[in-house]
Each structure stands twice: as structure tokens, then as C-alpha cells.
Design a protein around this ligand. Structure first.
Ligand SMILES: [Zn+2]
Length: 281
């Protein structure tokens, strides 16, 4: 099947889709959206692979999200069970477990991994937490190199520290490629990653927040891809609702509008970018 769009970072594997996962995916298929489900820890990584195995038009990314490295994080939409919030067990990176998953032909990247200074700033043991995030990030970079797949990066700045700068320092000489998911940095923070050949993806937040416009206009079209990060941040006109992969159409439309470019040209280029970045066939 030819895809008209790709949602390169989404979470149909999360509990938010427990009741209607198949229907939501079927609707994405109808619209022509190829879907990349992203894992955040062991269970969601495994379920992303299982879903990809069973469905044409679905791929998986496996890895450990930086906020899952501490034991305090919980999000009902991600791991909730019958409405009960789930508290992260504070995973260490089980290299062999993720390696086995990563070798699956439908696994197209390692992640989401990286540095999250926004949430970890809440921790008192900030230095320890930061050290742990860096160590676990380094292991996932090693895995990406070993299996020759790119990284799906989650990088989030703290109020006074640039996680992008730290991530760049870690990545610059590693010889791996990566996509900066939900890019929220400045042009200055984007530049060094562009030089490394990295790509950038944007979510529905760009349909209602204007702080992304400048960087969206600055980046070459060849370096951009589209995502929803569903179930979070639904685009206009679905704001406040649970997000889903078929809404990626609105993200692509908005990027074209912000850049003042032809929507069809932008859509086609994103399809090309995605196929070549993740090696989709
Ligand atoms: Zn995500």
C-alpha cells in the first residue's frame, strides 16, 4: 500500500487505546496514514512490536523513555489499568531485552530515549537523576549503533538548562542518526543537529501555539517529519479530545501553512523523508 501520510511518533500501544485500538488504527488506514508506535519502557515496547507484527502499515520503536528511569512517574493514559494510575517501577536499561526486540524487522528505531530535564527538575536528587538519564541514554545509543537503526529522541529542556545542548554533546561523535521528536528547541539549538543530519518532527501543538513557527520556517523541508504523539496534544479542531494517528493530516496541513508552501508538496516530501529516514519499504 502507498501511504499518503506517516504518523512517525504515536502511542496506540498505550492504555488510552485499550478499548478501540483496532478501530482507531483502521481509521488511520482509511486516511492512508502509516503508523509508528513508540515504546517508553519494557511493556509498551513489547506491545508496539506485537502490534506491528500483526498489522500492515504499523511499525515499532523500542526503548526506555528518560522519565521511566525514575520510580515516581505515572500517567494514566500510558499505563493506567481500569482508571488506576500506574507508577513507573524505575527501570534500568535491560540491554538484552531491548536488543531482542530491536532486531525485529518492523522495529525502525531505538527510543524514545534521551534527556528530560523538565520533569526531573522536580526531583531533589537532581544530579543523580541526570547521571542516570545520561547512562541509560548512552546504552541506547550503543544499541542503535549495534542494530544499525536511528534514534527516536525525547529531549526536553529544564527551566534553566538546555537538554538539547547536553544531548548534542553526547551525540556529536557517535556516528548515529536521530529524529528529534516533538522538537521544542530554538533555531540555535536546532542548527548543530541539522549539521549532524538529524531530522525534526512536530505534533498538533503547532496548530495552536505560535512558538514553533520560526523554527518550522527555518528548517529545510527535507529535515521535517510529521507526528501526533497521540494520545496527547490533539491538533485543532480536535483540541481537548484524545489524539489519534488520523489527525496527523492537520499537522501536515499546518506546517505547509506556516511555511507558506503548497500543502501537497509538503505532504509528498514528508512521505519521502519518512521512508528514507526509517528505511520503510
Ligand atoms: Zn511519545
Amino acid at each position: 500500500m502507498r501511504y499518503s501520510y506517516y504518523d512517525i511518533h504515536t502511542h496506540l500501544n498505550f492504555s488510552a487505546f485499550e478499548a478501540d485500538r483496532e478501530e482507531v488504527f483502521a481509521l488511520a488506514r482509511e486516511v492512508g496514514v502509516g503508523v509508528i508506535n513508540v515504546g517508553t519502557q519494557k511493556d509498551t515496547s513489547r506491545s508496539a512490536v506485537e502490534f506491528a507484527e500483526k498489522h500492515e502499515g504499523a511499525w515499532a520503536v523500542v526503548g526506555l523513555h528518560p522519565i521511566h528511569t525514575s520510580a515516581s512517574y505515572h500517567d494514566e493514559q500510558e499505563l493506567g489499568d481500569g482508571g488506576k494510575a500506574f507508577t513507573s517501577r524505575g527501570e534500568t536499561f535491560d540491554y538484552d531485552y531491548y536488543r531482542k526486540l530491536a532486531l525485529h524487522p518492523k522495529v525502525v528505531a531505538i527510543g524514545e530515549c534521551g534527556l528530560d530535564y523538565y520533569r526531573s527538575m522536580e526531583h531533589e536528587a537532581w544530579n543523580m537523576e541526570q547521571k542516570k538519564q545520561r547512562e541509560i541514554f548512552a546504552l541506547q545509543i550503543e544499541l542503535a549503533k549495534e542494530v544499525r537503526k536511528p534514534l527516536m529522541l525525547h529531549i526536553r529542556n529544564g527551566s534553566s538548562i538546555s537538554a538539547y545542548r547536553d544531548a548534542y554533546d553526547i551525540l556529536k561523535d557517535k556516528g548515529v542518526l536521530g529524529n528529534l521528536h516533538f522538537f521544542a528547541g530554538t533555531i540555535e539549538e536546532a542548527k548543530p543537529f541539522l549539521d549532524l543530519g538529524f531530522s525534526f518532527s512536530f505534533t498538533g501543538v503547532i496548530t495552536f501555539a505560535r512558538s514553533y513557527d520560526e523554527v518550522i520556517r527555518y528548517l529545510p523541508l527535507e529535515s521535517i517529519m510529521s507526528e501526533t504523539d497521540a494520545p496527547y496534544v490533539a491538533p485543532v479542531p480536535y483540541r481537548g479530545k484524545r489524539n489519534e494517528p488520523s489527525y496527523v493530516v492537520e499537522v501536515v496541513r499546518k506546517i505547509a501553512e506556516i511555511r507558506g508552501e503548497d500543502a501537497e508538496k509538503v505532504r509528498e516530501q514528508f512521505v519521502k523523508n519518512t521512508r528514507s529516514f526509517f528505511g520503510l519499504v
